[in-house]
Design a protein around this ligand. Sequence first.
Ligand code: DX5
Ligand code: ZN
Length: 217
Amino acid sequence: MVKIAPSILSADFSQLGDEIKAAEEAGADLIHVDIMDGHFVPNLTIGPPVVKSIKKVTSLPLDVHLMIESPDRYIEAFAGAGADIITIHTEASTHLHRNVHYIKDNGVKAAVSLNPATSLSVLDFILSEVDMVLLMSVNPGFGGQEFIPLTLDKIRMLKDVIREKDYNVHIEVDGGININNAGDVIKAGADILVMGSAFFHADNYAEVIKAIKKHTR
Ligand code: DX5
Ligand code: ZN
């Protein structure tokens, strides 16, 4: 069954602990934490100290999405803060292979992310090494943007490669996912859906999760 990773970017940061507990109680599978540096993306968010605090209020895995330049400089800090999965962008990492293994050496699952216009071919010589691929379905930087439909073909193409090679690699999709389009994203081959605004701006978190988990492939 598909997993749901609410993105705290759209949560009420003045009540962050309660928001995360509510997401967990509603049936979320992971907590998605968006880290932005004001360089790779125009926005700024949080750093390792906040991740460390979040770790104390939930038993769910922390899915840390680094939208930062030279992510290698911070991998150890986020691993130490309690990240369970660290995702780095192929566009932001010069030595992707080295950085993926550096994440794993820190005892954390390693994932790579692709912006909407980045070709799947960048994965040719790294796919066998990662635990997850995060396909961006919006241009990263902000919550509440519209899902880019071209992503559906990209998900299908990546799923075919993973099946053909028989790799144990999960596909996570991030950006603009809501109750209406989740079914298509799941059918295309997504294993984990990130949801920011459509989750945290909803009145009833459990209802959102129920509606999404109805869809099967
Ligand atoms: C965007 C972030 C997303 C964002 C998704 O750069 O990576 O995780 O929080 O938010 P929604 O679901 O509102 O598009
Ligand atoms: Zn994200």
